[in-house]
Design a protein around this ligand. Structure first.
Ligand SMILES: [Mg+2]
Length: 461
């Protein structure tokens, strides 16, 4: 019998606070980090499952402890049986009552379950010899529906409806597959507009993004109001009228403040505003949406599970759903989220602002485009996925952009596997990348993120 023999974890962190790449109004000095998990078997075929949860530095060790708590659910179990029923496996973790108590279905433990479930999808795709997106589009509607935990969903989406959506959504899939493989999937970039970038950087990176083919640029806002006005004007001039401009406030405003601050920026022809307020404030987001229309509201990267997505859709609180590959309980729960969005006719523009997120979530975006793109509700909008331009080289198959479009990943797996040298170099706190950083207490802007202590506070809004 082929068995799982280990679940190993690695604390991988990148000193991104040095360059402020990734900075926003809520997270001024993030050190992008992965609570990284590797599942191994006794098959002696060289195939491993790689998955991770994304964090921004301090606390990555807490996430790793949660992943290690899942070891008894994997090690010693039959590989074939487990991989053949990843729906049952994921439900077994989510429904384990002591672990569920730590959420339920949200936060550190839920993200840990996501890391492990995604690692097993990586392994399953490698064993099938297919990239994850292709493995998913090749599953039947019944197999896909079998992955989903319908508990708490049936007032919005039943298993029968899901099968019907997938059957209808497949209309035209051959044409969409050819288009995807030849042209790629359209992307927008966040890399020009980090909050910590000065005006010169903002202007040069924004115009570069427009020239290189991105159809939309996203700008971080939500600190100082005068800065928001000036920076929006600079970016709008740099990209011209033909390129979209979206804003991301990363949750810093109250509901009424959101409406006022966004309306003060209307002249810049905004495509959407992302996370204006707390991501759990379902009715608050609905109120913001009414208050800023026709500017759209986007949210989802911090939505913890399918139940909150269901309510956001039922209350018409969001115009755009932004699934995150690592926030929820893995591929399975994101298949549910994609089907919910399809049912309510809301576009999904996945979140990818973090290390490894572009690599993994591109598979879900491609599955969504091919397997649900035939629905009439999907014909009103084009696919779109976030892109950030750093830290890709640490992966065995880095996500790749050509002329503003994601190229289709080709290697078997979920693109989640990091290069072994990168794991060594960026292991915290012993990797080569960290030895110099931590020896100098004055180095970098994010040292408090790394070693702890009282933070001087985020940026005022
Ligand atoms: Mg965001």
């Amino acid at each position: 019998m082929t068995k799982f023999v280990s679940l190993d974890t690695f604390d991988v962190r990148f000193p991104t606070s040095r360059s402020l790449a990734g900075s926003d109004a809520m997270n001024p000095t993030p050190d992008y980090a992965l609570a990284y998990a590797v599942v191994r078997t006794n098959a002696d075929d060289g195939r491993e499952g790689h998955g991770f949860a994304f964090t921004i530095g301090r606390g990555n060790d807490v996430e790793l402890a949660a992943i290690r708590a899942l070891e008894p659910f994997i090690v010693g179990f039959d590989v074939e049986e487990t991989l053949a029923d990843l729906g049952g496996f994921a439900r077994g973790l989510v429904w384990d009552s002591p672990l569920r108590w730590l959420g339920p279905e949200k936060g550190v433990m839920h993200m840990a379950i996501g890391a492990v479930v995604n690692a097993l999808w990586d392994l399953r795709a490698k064993r099938a010899g297919k990239p994850l997106w292709r493995l998913l589009v090749d599953l039947s509607p019944e197999e896909l529906t079998g992955l989903i935990d319908f508990r708490y969903l049936s007032d919005a989406l039943t298993a029968d409806e899901a099968v019907e959506l997938l059957a209808k959504g497949a209309n035209g899939r051959e044409e969409r597959t050819i288009e995807l493989e030849t042209k790629g999937l359209p992307a927008y970039t966040t890399s020009a507009g980090w909050l910590g970038y000065d005006d010169d950087q903002l202007i040069s990176l924004s115009s570069e993004a427009a020239l290189s083919g991105f159809s939309l640029v996203k700008l971080k806002v939500g600190a100082n109001q005068e800065d928001d006005l000036r920076r929006c004007g600079l970016v709008r001039s740099a990209i011209g009228a033909g390129v979209g401009l979206a804003l991301d406030a990363n949750q810093v405003w109250d509901v009424n403040v959101s409406v006022d601050r966004i309306n003060a920026l209307r002249e810049f022809e905004l495509s959407w505003v992302e996370e204006p307020t707390n991501p759990d404030d379902i009715l608050g987001l609905a109120r913001i949406k009414r208050g800023i229309a026709p500017i759209r509201v986007a949210s989802g990267e911090h939505v913890p599970n399918r139940v909150v997505f269901k309510q956001l859709l039922q209350h018409r609180s969001i115009d755009i759903m932004q699934i995150d590959a690592c926030r929820v309980a893995g591929v399975n729960e994101n298949v549910a989220n994609l089907l919910l969005a399809a049912k309510f006719g809301v576009p999904v523009y996945p979140h990818a602002g973090g290390v490894g997120l572009c690599e993994l979530v591109q598979h879900l975006a491609m599955f969504d485009y091919i397997s649900l793109g035939g629905l009439s509700s999907r014909k009103n909008f084009d696919p779109l996925i976030e892109w950030i331009d750093h830290l890709h080289d640490h992966f065995v198959e880095p996500a790749t952009i050509v002329s503003g479009r994601y190229r289709v990943p080709e290697l078997p797996g979920a693109s989640t596997q990091m290069r072994a040298e990168s794991i060594d170099e960026f292991s915290f706190p012993v990797g080569k990348a960290w030895i110099g950083e931590l020896a100098d207490p004055e180095a970098g802007t994010g040292d408090l993120n790394r070693v702890g202590g009282r933070h001087p506070g985020g940026l005022a809004w």
